[in-house]
Design a protein around this ligand. Sequence first.
Ligand SMILES: Cc1cc2nc3c(=O)[nH]c(=O)nc-3n(C[C@H](O)[C@H](O)[C@H](O)COP(=O)(O)O)c2cc1C
Length: 262
Amino acid sequence: MNQTIECLMNHRSVRKYSERPVDPEILDVILKAGTRAATGGNLQLYTMLVLDDKNTLATLDKALEVPFIERSNCPVAIIALADQYRVRRWLQAHTDREVCNHRPYNFFMAIWDALIALQNSVVAAESLGLGTCYLGSGVELDVQELFGAPEYVFPAGLVCLGYPEVSPKLSKRLPLDAVVCHNRYHIPTDDDINRWYEERDRVWNTVPESRKTELSKQGIAGIAQALSIQKFSPKIVEKRSRGILKSLKNSRFDLYTGFDGD
Ligand SMILES: Cc1cc2nc3c(=O)[nH]c(=O)nc-3n(C[C@H](O)[C@H](O)[C@H](O)COP(=O)(O)O)c2cc1C
């Protein structure tokens, strides 16, 4: 163990923040640590959009699928934007050739860059005693309309941060053999699946009987069934995917057109 490993092993998502403000100098350290992450071609294909103004945070809250900012008392949110706009401007200023940086390859390079830098900032924040929480619906945000982003910019990830009001319980993880294979993918047996997820199934036993009765009316008799109905139903996934496809369209990344010979 060292302090870095200890910090990583103690991660928990924080969904309630105290009134303690985040010092701008601390925020700069957190952002700077993020920018030290590895980055494709050393191009830093991202922009960290920091929302630390009450009105802007309220705008974000309104745009989220489930409001989080006001409920959690979150003082700062960071949207990691995959950004091919800035580098395009630079390249175009120095060449008359076509600059092609809006295709799947460029999109994924920028997404990786943005998320790797964001997670570095998350670790830095947690090491300084702050709490963080990713919000999945960040990728559905229309950053062009909401925050004036130009084309070739796409929201790769959204993290809220602030000082924790309370420290939540450490959540469990799957055993290492469930998520790691050596040299070749291991197709799990049914027994593997049952063993790996039995901890999750046990959570069902902690659900109060009255709630279980309520859920049974929706055909839910376990955690996996609850997830299939509440998180992975075609209707819910379609709704969320539509948001992502709309923000992809606004960003003008071209992920679908084939290449000559396809
Ligand atoms: C991509 C992603 C999306 C997430 N979206 C949400 C979210 O919308 N709301 C939320 O409360 N937590 C969200 N989380 C936090 C997870 O729920 C949390 O990481 C998970 O339950 C494990 O708990 P822990 O982070 O406390 O260990 C998200 C995390 C990730 C990585």
